[in-house]
Design a protein around this ligand. Structure first.
Ligand SMILES: NC(=O)c1ccc[n+]([C@@H]2O[C@H](COP(=O)([O-])OP(=O)(O)OC[C@H]3O[C@@H](n4cnc5c(N)ncnc54)[C@H](OP(=O)(O)O)[C@@H]3O)[C@@H](O)[C@H]2O)c1
Length: 212
């Protein structure tokens, strides 16, 4: 098992980090608030350490678990400290109206992150289509594993993220190149629409049903 670094100490950091430590991974929690990082690492227990915000993360795989509104600044602030890292973009760049995006019309979140990151960092979109509390709840008896859609240009990096996802008891579903991250970001709007108009709560998961 390898070290996975998580930048952020909120709901998604807690959900993914909890699954990761539960699966035997070492997790490095990094927050701009060192006390919050320590508290989350203590919650994870064995296998969790804290890192220094802005310093090179220990893990090769770095999960960007901060709001989209902050992520470009965070990535720029890290600068060369993220060189060569595999950056897992879990963000949803949804505007406050919950029906549109804050990203440029000709762009999407993962692309903006790739543009802000060092040239040799590899950006993979993943985890953005599942709610944090649904991930955190873990497997539900009688229901299939949750699907984690993945998009990225680097096959090796994508395989690495897929293996990490599978190790958490989730089902990795490769959706294609990084350009597909735009579509995965739209899935967030689908979830919000379903939540508002049909499901009426957030205890659901978007996934693929194989019927043949
Ligand atoms: N929640 C979900 O169900 C869900 C599902 C899929 C994807 N996502 C995405 O996952 C990401 C994290 O979501 P979340 O629910 O974990 O959010 P959250 O609970 O609000 O946590 C956000 C984390 O980002 C940190 N942060 C905020 N602004 C920052 C800045 N300018 N510089 C450095 N750190 C900053 C916060 O630090 P402080 O605690 O110090 O403020 C906190 O640790 C978001 O991009 C979201 O779109 C969320």
């Amino acid at each position: 098992m390898s070290i996975v670094s998580i930048i952020g100490s909120g709901g998604m950091a807690a959900a993914i980090g909890g699954l990761a430590t539960g699966a035997g991974h070492a997790v490095e929690v990094i927050s701009r608030d060192a006390a919050k990082a320590r508290a989350l690492a203590e919650q994870f227990g064995v296998g969790a350490i804290t890192g220094t915000f802005g310093a090179a993360p220990t893990g090769e795989l770095v999960i960007l678990a901060v709001p989209y509104a902050a992520v470009l600044d965070v990535v720029k602030q890290y600068g060369g400290a993220l060189a060569g890292k595999l950056l897992v973009d879990i963000t949803n760049p949804v505007d406050s109206d919950l029906t549109s995006f804050v990203t440029p019309a000709d762009g999407f979140g993962a692309l903006e992150i790739a543009r802000a990151a060092p040239a040799d960092a590899k950006v993979i979109k993943a985890f953005n289509t599942q709610f944090s509390h649904v991930l955190a709840a873990g497997p539900v008896e009688g229901h299939p594993s949750l699907d984690v859609f993945i998009a990225g240009d680097d096959a090796e990096a994508k395989a690495r993220v897929s293996a990490f996802v599978a190790s958490l008891g989730l089902r990795p579903m490769d959706a294609g190149q990084l350009s597909m991250a735009r579509t995965l970001e739209h899935v967030c709007l689908l979830s919000l629409g379903l939540m508002t108009y049909s499901v009426k709560h957030t205890n659901f998961a978007i996934g693929v049903s194989l019927v043949g």
